[in-house]
Design a protein around this ligand. Structure first.
Ligand code: CUA
Length: 256
């Protein structure tokens, strides 16, 4: 009787041990991306010849952006440049800014890329990354701000509405069988930067009107750049056979 009980206890404890082992294995291990604490580290620096600032290091748990704000009288000002920051950690990130608007201090701020994905919408969907009720941002000084020669703004402007193009960046994700975003809208005169990536198989990015014919390999981000020098509605499409829906895989480039 006593032996039987002892045997039962030992069997039970074995089951308990096995159970504990199982429980351990079943505990969902958070993906590495979720463990990333959003952060940004900047250094004081001169603005480069080609109007770039360099962010020392930045981390984000999901795809996002780094925006550069001006700072005037202690207040955050306009965004004068931005770049995409894919989920993960990156270092020495170059961002082109508007030379004419550089203030002695600038602020680098993390933003999320929310739906509609791919284009930087701020103000709009792509609000700042907030952690512990703090916006993730860091201020830095432009060491050569006093020497920056601003582009001469014509005083006698005969065409006051003439538009000065800016740099617009989009993350274009290809997957069977569509592009996100499916519509890219810019203005004539803008420089269009497309960061191309595929999440499944090899696709193509074909924009014949702008002589663009690129291959999008899965997992590789490729950056292309072109001038939106004519207005109209153009088509971008996939020109690499990628399965049943290949022929329907296209998007629209609208240049206003
Ligand atoms: Cu994607 Cu063809």
């Amino acid at each position: 009787m006593y032996r039987k009980a002892a045997l039962l206890i030992s069997t039970l404890s074995t089951i308990a041990l096995l159970g504990a082992g199982c429980a351990k294995n079943n505990t969902p291990s958070p993906s590495t991306k979720e463990q990333i604490i959003p952060s940004i580290t900047t250094e004081n620096q001169p603005l480069t010849e080609n109007n770039q600032v360099v962010i020392k290091e930045a981390s984000i748990g999901q795809d996002g952006w780094i925006a550069i704000h001006t700072k005037e009288n202690g207040q955050l000002g306009d965004i004068i440049g931005y770049t995409s920051l894919p989920a993960g950690k990156d270092t020495k990130i170059k961002i082109t800014v508007d030379r004419n608007k550089v203030t002695p201090s600038l602020v680098a701020m993390l933003h999320y890329d929310r739906d509609p994905k791919g284009a930087f919408e701020s103000p709009g969907a792509d609000g700042p990354v907030i952690r512990d009720q703090q916006v993730i941002m860091q201020e830095f000084t432009i060491l050569n701000q006093g020497e920056i020669t601003k582009k001469a703004v014509p005083t006698t402007n005969t065409t006051p509405t003439s538009y000065v193009g800016v740099r617009k960046e989009f993350i274009v994700t290809a997957k069977q069988w569509s592009f996100t975003p499916a519509v890219i809208k810019v203005k004539k005169g803008d420089t269009v930067v497309l960061k191309l990536k595929s999440t499944d198989v090899t696709h193509g990015m074909f924009i014949p009107d702008f002589n663009i014919n690129e291959t999008m390999e899965p997992g590789v981000m490729k950056t292309i750049e072109f001038e939106a020098d004519k207005s109209g509605t153009f088509t971008y499409s996939c020109n690499i056979p990628c399965g049943a829906g290949h022929k329907a895989m296209s998007g629209k480039l609208i240049i206003e």
